[in-house]
Design a protein. Structure first.
Length: 152
């Protein structure tokens, strides 16, 4: 049996509770900062425990209807902290992706269209939060964790 296809992307990921938040965005958009902020908040109510999966480059793989994320091998356990440089920290070897955050997203609207709130990667549909440049992604993530969409 062959392994499902995988590919490396420029992104960060944090295990938040039982699934990972995959953080995408252009260079300099704050992916590493958001990953660190989630790790720092993790475990303090109302946040679930959080742990780094990968920073800067992560590997995505679809398996059994789930999208899995792992750190790129040379960067495992490393995170960039602006003002401190590259730092080492505990990390997860693999986690299922439960949410995608797109920083500086062009389709980030006050009342987003339903089709912008999900994306398909490697054949797996994943909830997605498009985040505007000036928005606080932590607030959107927390709102996503603590609420559910009206009409569902």
């Amino acid at each position: 049996m062959t392994e499902p296809a995988f590919h490396t992307i420029h992104a960060s990921a944090v295990l938040l509770g039982s699934s990972a938040v995959l953080i995408r965005g252009p260079s300099g958009s704050g992916k590493s900062q958001l990953a660190f902020d989630l790790m720092a908040a993790g475990g303090a109510p109302p946040w679930p425990p959080a742990r780094l999966v990968g920073d800067d480059q992560v590997v995505l793989q679809a398996a059994n209807g789930r999208l899995l994320v792992s750190p790129a091998a040379p960067l495992a356990g490393l995170i960039e902290i602006r003002g401190l440089g590259i730092r080492r920290c505990p990390h997860e070897a693999r986690a299922p992706v439960g949410l995608i955050i797109d920083l500086n997203a062009d389709d980030a609207d006050r009342m987003p269209q339903p089709e912008s709130l999900a994306t398909i990667i490697n054949g797996v549909k994943i909830p997605r939060l498009p985040v505007a440049r000036a928005a606080d992604p932590r607030r959107l993530i927390l709102a996503w964790l603590l609420t559910e969409a009206a009409g569902n």
